[in-house]
Design a protein around this ligand. Sequence first.
Ligand code: NAD
Ligand code: IPM
Ligand code: MN
Length: 363
Amino acid sequence: MTTHRIAVLAGDGIGPEIMVEARKVLDAVSERFGFELECKAYPVGGAAIDAHGEPLPPATLAGCEAADAILFGSVGGPKWENLPPNEQPERGSLLPLRKHFNLFCNLRPARIHPGLEHLSPLRADIAEQGMDLLVVRELTGDIYFGSPRGREGEGEQENAFDTMRYSRFEIRRIARMAFEGARKRRKKVVSVDKANVLATSMLWREEVVKIAEDYPDVTLEHIYIDNATMQLLRRPYDFDVMLCGNLFGDICSDEAAMITGSMGLLPSASLNESGFGMYEPAGGSAPDIAGKGIANPVAQILSASLMLRHSLGESVAADAIDAAVSQALADGCLTGELTGPNQTALSTAQMGDAIVQRIQQGE
Ligand code: NAD
Ligand code: IPM
Ligand code: MN
């Protein structure tokens, strides 16, 4: 029997709550499809600061290195916000993990589930036309990692600065991923930039146009980030692949998530050139609902599905998870952030159970 080794990094806030549900779902598919999962849990983020004094302990990194894939929850929260920047959960664990494993390609598929158009906050006549898009977000460059960054001066003169920086190489490799992705979809790439202002965006356009020449079957459009956020609300159904730098992709993916109804529905895959990946919900630790057992586990569960598909070669099991999630949602199984005033909301655990049940029934 094939054995896959998974490093499980649940993290903070709702992370551990929704990770329990993802693990139930993984157990259900490994049982049904006959493969072994060796899941080892490691501390990360605020939880690791509390237990070990640092957000990314060496044993956690070593555990990730020894694994076939990383399943990540979320990190951060008010408790750790006042630590020195590089000791905080996000800058001290999540971003270093992305950089360490060279996870430059972040895939965030967002879809209004057919029949669930009413969950979208958009006007019905727009939501009814659906949305099925893939944000391809560059994840290891841009203003997140550019140097110099910091502060200088004093008093009123003190200033802070970050550097937005992209190399031709970085742009080309993420652009290729977007065009490859589009080939398997509706063959449309919209490249998001701010080329009317930013030097990085001008270089971005130059390189994206060059890569497009290798994909004559895929159409390419350019759109400025400000207009992109507007057009997403006006005609979300028109988008297929959105190719974005790190910062613009961060923004567009939260917006796309909300168009589907909830941040708790959007999974993500972060991949390097050899296919190794870290899989995590696009949303965060949701301190406003943490500890209440009401968070939506779907994004974490669909992230586990992406892991089976992209890193572990278990696409049949991934299909079964996706189908079970769609079926559960279509059957009206919804967590509290998605229900209306007269509807019953499922808890995090009940939502996980509803999905497990549908996997076991072979739906
Ligand atoms: P957030 O995504 O945690 O929450 C934004 C809103 O979405 C909140 O109202 C929250 O309740 C809701 N939400 C998110 N996930 C949900 C789910 N599964 N079910 C139901 N509702 C859900 O964003 P934030 O409040 O800006 O950030 C909170 C903390 O999380 C910060 O410390 C931030 O840095 C961190 N964060 C971490 C990650 C990560 O680890 N990958 C990602 C984003 C934010
Ligand atoms: C995300 C998050 C992270 C990001 C933060 C927590 C560093 O918002 O994964 O979208 O900005 O990339
Ligand atoms: Mn984000």
